[in-house]
Design a protein around this ligand. Structure first.
Ligand code: FES
Length: 104
């Protein structure tokens, strides 16, 4: 496990609120999401089918899969409604030295 800087904060290129950014870190496909409460990092692919959540949307601290409509909690990864039943994997995030860091 290692902390990796993935985005900047407090700069013009900061990830906008409710936006998300794909990350390829340690051979994993991840999504960095800027939710209402801050930054979250999750696996990119929906647990229902192999479909990218990057096509969905972030609202408050949740993300919606655009294929079948399941919502996931960004903090816990928990699926909030069917058809998805399994939680997404989540990764620790911290803000330090003007950067967003993800522990992978
Ligand atoms: S692929 Fe995401 S809810 Fe079906």
């Amino acid at each position: 496990m290692a902390w990796i800087a993935v985005a900047r904060v407090g700069e013009a290129d900061e990830l906008a609120p409710l936006a998300m950014q794909r990350l390829a870190v340690a051979e994993r496909k991840l999504l960095l999401c800027h939710g209402r409460s801050g930054y979250f990092c999750i696996d990119e692919m929906c647990t229902h089918e192999d479909y990218s959540l990057a096509f969905g949307c972030v609202r408050d601290d949740r993300i919606k899969c655009s294929l079948h409509g399941s919502w996931f909690d960004l903090a816990s990864g928990q699926a909030l409604n069917e058809p998805a039943e399994c939680a997404l994997r989540t990764y620790p995030v911290k803000i330090e030295a003007g950067q967003v860091w993800v522990e992978v």
